[in-house]
Design a binder for this molecule. Structure first.
Ligand SMILES: [Zn+2]
Length: 290
């Protein structure tokens, strides 16, 4: 029997899987593919966005809380989705003291981290791996690392039997950003990229330069996957990330109809292919179905 179609997604923290690729995970799992989510860190350094939960006790066990949130989010996407953890500690935002802590993903040896991911790749034998672009989408140290090891693990399998055949980067978010931003504002939420009324000219220039950097890092969208049918699963999974995604925050302020209208697809850049390249795909397994 042929190996089942298998998709491996390499994510930095709990919540990234749902925000970036929740729709494709739900869709492919529902269609019978094997879907495995590899999460590199535990998200231990993040903020707790729910005021009542933002206590020292909860910060001390944030890794556990987020492991549970991840589990429930994956189940909300589809019960058959499998989870693997690389076991690193979250490195905090770029330029913060957490970057230097031992055990963080940022401090880990790149070779060792790649080996951890390679073990998963060799176990799961995905035909398709999804990671991030070289800027990690938005410059977070753990996202940059996750992108690097996804690429390194893909390359390390060259010539192996059952080597993955396609490597994608997530490419979501930029094309309809202004429309999404406008809609979120109509729903009473300012997105982080809109800036604030109090920001200085210098802060504005800095924010715009950062956004330009994000846009420059993103490859062309080669592959758009229709996830309209799985938007309820994606929203349900977003809601499970209670400590990270506020109920009145950007992602959850948008309604199902907003998502269907403005973000009915998740977008990807086909970065490496060992099986030919097609322009404008609508399937991550394009060319791999027999
Ligand atoms: Zn993240």
């Amino acid at each position: 029997m042929a190996t089942p179609l298998t998709l491996l997604l390499v994510h930095a923290h709990p919540d990234d899987e749902t925000i970036g690729t929740g729709g494709v995970m739900a869709r492919y799992a529902a269609q019978g593919a094997r879907v495995v989510c590899a999460t590199c860190t535990g998200g231990e350094q993040g903020e707790i966005v729910v005021k009542d939960m933002d206590t020292p006790e909860n910060h001390a066990k944030l890794g556990e809380i987020r492991a549970d949130e991840l589990k429930r989010a994956l189940a909300a996407l589809h019960p058959a989705i499998e989870s693997r953890r690389l076991g690193y500690i979250d490195s905090g935002m770029m330029g913060t003291p957490e970057n230097d802590l031992p055990g963080t993903f940022w401090q880990a040896s790149l070779d060792e981290a790649t080996q951890r991911l390679l073990e998963i790749v060799r176990e799961v034998k995905p035909q398709v791996i999804v990671g991030y672009n070289d800027f990690g989408g938005y410059g977070h140290p753990d996202h940059i690392r996750a992108a690097l090891i996804a690429k390194a693990a893909f390359e390390a399998t060259a010539g192996e039997p059952d080597a993955p055949l396609k490597l994608y980067e997530t490419a979501g978010g930029s094309r309809r950003r202004e429309e999404v931003q406008k809609r979120a504002e109509e729903r009473g939420v300012k997105s982080w990229w809109s800036g604030t009324d109090e920001e200085t000219a210098e802060q504005k220039a800095e924010r715009e330069a950062f956004m330009q950097k994000m846009a420059d890092a993103q490859g062309p969208v080669t592959t758009t996957i229709d996830i309209a049918q799985w938007i309820p699963n994606k929203i349900a999974a977003l809601r499970e990330h209670v400590t990270q995604l506020p109920a009145d925050g950007f992602f959850l302020a948008l309604t199902q109809d907003d998502w269907r209208e403005l973000m009915p697809g998740e977008e990807f850049t086909l970065k490496v292919s060992r099986t030919g390249v097609r322009l404008r795909e609508d399937d991550l397994f394009a060319g791999l179905r027999h």
